[in-house]
Design a protein around this ligand. Structure first.
Ligand code: ADP
Ligand code: MG
Length: 570
């Protein structure tokens, strides 16, 4: 049989397709335009973005949402460097993503070639795997290894480099060994001895607490976890992206008493959540110094970080929870519903909910975070995907906007990255559209956070992705000043020397950025304007909308019991 010649671009595209990579986000240019075209020809959906960072955030969100990495396609040098932020973020979040970078021609290496940069080396710190195929016929094997590595073990970022001269070079297909699609990761279970130990510790608990992290969401462990919570009657607390694995309004969810639950629990079971800054390192003053920790994670190196666990269950969360359930179903163990612990938690939840409600129902002009989130929460469909970033916007929004489905919240994550929101929203909307589930993607952004990747509204308009962006605009980072004060400051002296570094332009018209590209833009100052604009936006499936919600620039979080990032008694 006579076989045809294929180009490097075709081989990359076909290899990605063979590995079930369905989405590619990128920005084309020399030398990778042909790769994007070949990807489309292979049936991969290509989304052209405006900045490689946002493209990489989008590709990694696809990895989290679908369990299969999205691809991010970038040009050499600066293109690749812009994508490093997205790779680092994906790696920190343990999300699979495959970055494909064009690079300068092999025979020009070290000569000062156009956009020359040591790309494979640069990516090593931001990824689990970074390589360049040594020849065209190796492309399918390298792409398979990269995709497999991104998903197996602890998921993360991988990089495949393709030199410019390889993109259009040809090889006869007969010389290329095809590599079949790698299956989903093999599932491992915990050691039986550790399972027995863990059950002993859990059953001995006076004040147990299950913590559900984004590892549980990624691991699709919602079914077994729900059975564990309900069968045993245990209180649970989701981490920010663990929200929705079980619904936030589940009777056993103790989010509204988060600080108290963490502080007083005597046994904490971690399901795919790390004892890093998000969980205050598992240490005093936020945790009991004698708390016993049961860790469930598929990464052995994670066991014992900051706190030595009383039991370490190494394995896939879904499988390990089934192991626990196997014993519990047999012996019928249940944590009693009438304990002092449940009373403490319920009282604290009632008190906190009352306080938040009072803040939400106050009427002021301009509005505060609490009022705005209250009105938004009344209108959002329960099954929407909520993307969120910003400081106060994300923190307050997390407590007031509820999730009811797993993997329906995407935020700044483990790395605390601002600028992820629009890329994540584009990815979620693309996935929603191809899965045809008809769920809404809502992007709740601080005005500062929006600025990092704001030009991606053009991407949303171009592909008619009906994302609803809510910019909670307080004229600054953390907080800003009002227009009058800004005016006075301008008269006091040169703004670069007198303007607070946290301030941004007062009442900036972010809504006009959206309408400039044909999306819907709304300027919102009152409750009535907010409700009306949100209703219109939620009923439009043809184009994106942006609500520029001007709030009180001095609006702040309610008084917190502990300062942020407390770490003492080490
Ligand atoms: P959160 O931010 O919600 O606390 P983290 O990202 O800190 O979550 O932790 C997620 C953890 O989940 C990581 O340590 C990762 O190794 C682990 N993980 C990811 N997928 C699985 C899985 N299928 N089974 C077990 N652990 C997992
Ligand atoms: Mg702000």
């Amino acid at each position: 049989m006579i076989m045809e010649d294929v180009t490097g671009a075709q081989l990359i595209a076909e290899a990605l397709k063979a590995q079930n990579v369905e989405y590619m986000f990128g920005i084309v240019g020399v030398p990778i335009i042909e790769v994007a075209m070949a990807a489309q020809a292979s049936g991969i959906k290509y989304v052209g973005m405006r900045n490689e960072q946002a493209a990489c955030y989008a590709a990694s969100a696809v990895g989290y949402l679908t369990g299969r990495p999205g691809a991010c396609l970038v040009v050499s040098g600066p293109g690749l460097i812009h994508a490093l932020g997205g790779m680092a973020n994906a790696n920190m979040n343990c999300w699979p993503v495959i970055v494909i970078g064009g690079s300068s021609d092999q025979n020009q290496e070290t000569t000062g070639a156009f956009q020359e940069f040591p790309q494979v080396e640069a990516c090593r710190l931001y990824s689990k795997f970074s390589a360049r195929p040594s020849s065209l016929d190796m492309i399918p094997a390298v792409v398979e290894k990269a995709v497999r590595t991104s998903m197996y073990g602890r998921p993360g970022a991988v990089y495949v480099d393709i030199s410019g001269d390889m993109v259009n070079a040809k090889v006869n297909r007969s010389r290329v060994r095809e590599v079949p699609c790698c299956p989903p990761p093999p599932v491992s279970m915990a050691d039986d001895v550790a399972v027995t130990e863990a059950l002993g510790v859990l059953k001995g608990a006076k004040r147990p607490l299950l913590i559900i992290g984004k590892g549980a969401a990624y691991g699709r462990a919602e079914g077994p976890l729900r059975e564990l919570v309900e069968r045993c009657g245990l209180p649970f607390l989701p981490t920010p992206m663990g929200k929705g694995v079980l619904p936030d309004n589940h009777p056993n969810c103790v989010s509204a008493a988060r600080s108290r639950a963490l502080l007083e629990a005597d046994v904490v079971v971690l399901f795919g959540a790390r004892l890093n800054w998000i969980l205050h390192f598992g240490l005093p003053p936020r945790f009991d110094p004698h708390v016993k920790v049961i860790q469930v994670d598929l990464c052995p190196e994670e066991m014992g970080n900051n706190v030595r666990p009383a039991a370490a269950l190494l394995g896939d969360i879904g499988a390990v929870v089934k192991q626990l359930l196997h014993h519990i179903r047999t012996d019928g163990w249940k944590y009693p519903a009438d304990t002092k612990w449940w009373t403490t938690l319920k009282q604290k939840m009632a008190a906190n909910t009352k306080m938040t409600k009072a803040l939400a129902l106050k009427v002021t002009s301009p509005m505060t975070y609490y009022q705005v989130f209250h009105h938004i929460s009344q209108l959002l469909p329960q099954d929407c995907v909520i993307v969120s970033e910003g400081a106060n916007t994300m923190d307050i929004g997390r407590t007031m906007l509820h999730n009811h489905h797993p993997r329906h919240r995407l935020d700044a994550g483990t790395f605390g990255t601002m600028g992820v929101g629009l890329g994540f929203a584009i990815a979620a909307a693309a996935v929603q559209r191809s899965q045809g589930t008809g769920q809404r993607v809502v992007c709740v952004e601080g005005d500062s956070a929006f600025g990092f990747s704001g030009m991606e509204v053009e991407t949303m308009c171009r592909y008619k992705l009906p994302v609803v962006i809510l910019v909670i605009n307080n004229n600054g980072i953390y907080s800003g000043v009002d227009a009058e004060t800004w005016e006075v400051m301008g008269k006091m002296g040169e703004l670069t020397t007198v303007a607070p570094p946290v301030s941004l332009l007062p009442d900036a018209r972010y809504d006009e950025v959206m309408s400039a590209f044909g999306g819907r833009g709304f300027l919102v100052r009152t409750k009535e304007e907010l409700v009306s604009a949100l209703e219109i936006s939620l009923s439009d499936w043809e184009r994106p909308s942006l609500l520029n919600i001007l709030i009180d620039p001095s609006s702040d979080r309610k008084q917190q019991e502990f300062p942020w990032l407390t770490r003492s008694n080490l």
